[in-house]
Design a protein around this ligand. Structure first.
Ligand SMILES: [Fe+2]
Length: 489
């Protein structure tokens, strides 16, 4: 078959093809066979390589004849540096929650219905511990005593300001919808909270009904939030070790700060046990129009090979955990799976690769890692939030008990059967990146870390007037939960 013809079939199926796979198919494949092969490849794959063809069902490989029996060049996992072995703490990593290899969604309409039902059930259960709610439909029954306060739990379907300046929030549960009026002069705190509600948030409302039961007057609105007992202790007495949090390295970009990075790796000493990276390991290819002009490395795999060179040089005793971001070569829809084997084999074999989001236990401390793309939507939708202060949207995530509440914004959400964005159990540390600014704070005993970037201001950021805070790393003592932000710029 002609090369162009093969590339065309791949493109129509939403895949790219690498040169080795192309060579294998040119000799003996037919269009039908390629289509059959592609239908057996996981939709999270972006570039189809020889290894994907070799892992296709045997019957398909047979049909391809000798071409497909070609073997891959052997890539040996790079050695783990042995110097600086830490004798004090034996670092251990346990993955508690991760989408990788568990994706079930196809993206059908019914998948979305199931996904939102699961979100409503999980967040509704958290709210039901605090209020006794009735189904929305039951409010519309005749003979309701409209003077008695009652509660409902629903998802925010719409919000607007009425002609008289009151807030009108429409909420929905699985039985129906009801508009909720928040009076502008009754309770200022409640009025402001109603203004801060985001679309698709799950909330509880307590109030009274209008005489015809068609409208609810809110007395209070509650979010799932963290329990107040979270405030009691910050220290995690049984935990051990020190962890460093970074993200958004953006290897491959012309603005990657190599000198600062090398100073950082030099600084990583015997006292550090873990290095956690919350996505955007490389700058990627074709992430935004005209990106190629800002790239120092134009091939995605060469970008990862360079990133591996940098990370493989991290002292051997440090346990690294890496999750992807929107610049990385995995599916863009969240939750994202971990890097494919084609990328991970470039890195040291002791690195733990997880999806986005993922919850891990390091030395007795639960860390929830999420790249943080939803912050674009949360910041845009909330008065007073800005990119310069990422602690605020991160505290909001904990109040929502959800990492990405808004559907239809910047984050494209894959409708998995389970809502992987629901924050349960409560982590000790929430670690995000994406916004390229640094902000470390505490919300009800959870340490929230946004860890900045390792690239200087890009052309795009200049145009958007975004000021990055590059070359910083946050170190946390896992027992005391005290932290320090170190600068390498
Ligand atoms: Fe980034």
């Amino acid at each position: 078959m002609e090369t162009g013809e093969i590339i065309q079939i791949f493109a129509e199926s939403g895949f790219q093809v690498d040169p080795a796979a192309l060579d294998m198919l040119k000799t003996s494949a037919s269009p039908e066979l390629i289509q059959e092969l592609l239908s057996s490849i996981d939709s999270s794959v972006i570039v189809v390589g020889a290894e994907h063809l070799l892992s296709a069902p045997a019957v398909l490989q047979d049909k391809c004849g000798k071409g497909i029996t070609m073997t891959l060049p052997e890539v040996r996992a790079p050695p783990i540096p042995s110097e600086g072995k830490n004798q004090q703490v034996s670092a251990s990593v346990t993955v508690l929650k991760d989408i990788s290899n568990q994706s079930t969604c196809i993206g059908e309409y019914t998948d979305f219905v199931g996904y939102f039902k699961d979100r409503y059930t999980l967040l509704g259960d958290l709210l039901r511990k605090r209020i006794s709610a009735r189904p929305v439909e039951s409010l519309k029954k005749r003979n309701m005593d409209t003077r008695e306060p009652l509660s409902v739990i629903g998802m925010v379907l719409n919000k607007r300001t009425s002609a008289n300046g009151h807030r009108l929030i429409e909420i929905e549960d699985s039985t129906g919808t009801i508009p909720v009026l928040v009076h502008k002069e009754k309770d200022m705190e409640l009025f402001e909270m109603a203004g801060s509600l985001l679309m698709d948030e799950v909330i509880g409302v307590t109030g009274t009904l209008s005489a015809d039961s068609s409208l609810m007057f809110a007395n209070s609105i509650i979010r799932p939030d963290l329990p107040n007992t979270q405030n009691i202790s910050i220290a995690r007495e049984n935990a051990r070790g020190k962890a460093v949090f970074i993200s958004d390295i953006h290897v491959g970009s012309k603005t990657f700060l190599e000198d600062a990075w090398l100073r950082f790796v030099d600084w990583l000493g015997d006292d550090i046990d873990y290095l956690i990276i919350a996505g955007d390991v490389v700058d990627g290819i074709g992430i935004f129009p005209g990106q190629d002009k800002e790239l120092a490395i134009l091939d995605i795999y060469e970008q990862y090979a360079k990133a591996a060179e940098y990370l493989n040089a991290v002292p051997g005793h440090i346990k690294m955990i890496i999750s992807p971001g929107n610049h990385d070569a995995v599916r863009q829809a969240e939750p994202q799976p971990c890097f494919p084997e084609r990328i991970t084999r470039l890195f040291r074999s002791d690195i733990t690769f997880v999806g986005n989001p993922a919850m891990v236990d390091i030395g007795g401390v639960k860390v929830l890692i999420y790249h943080g793309r939803s912050m674009d939507d949360i910041i845009a939708g909330t008065h007073g939030f800005s990119y310069g202060d990422p602690a605020k949207p991160m505290a909001s995530m904990l109040r929502f008990r959800h990492l990405s509440p808004i559907y239809g914004g910047r984050v494209s959400i894959a409708p998995e059967k389970k809502d992987h964005f629901v924050i349960d159990p409560v982590p000790d540390i929430l670690h995000c990146g994406h916004v390229h600014t640094v902000g470390v704070s505490r919300y009800k005993g959870v340490l929230t870390i946004n860890s900045g970037t390792w690239q200087s201001q890009t052309e795009f950021q200049k145009r958007m007037n975004l000021q990055p805070m590059p070359a910083k790393a946050t170190v946390v003592d896992l027992a005391s939960m005290e932290y320090k932000i170190n600068s390498f710029g």
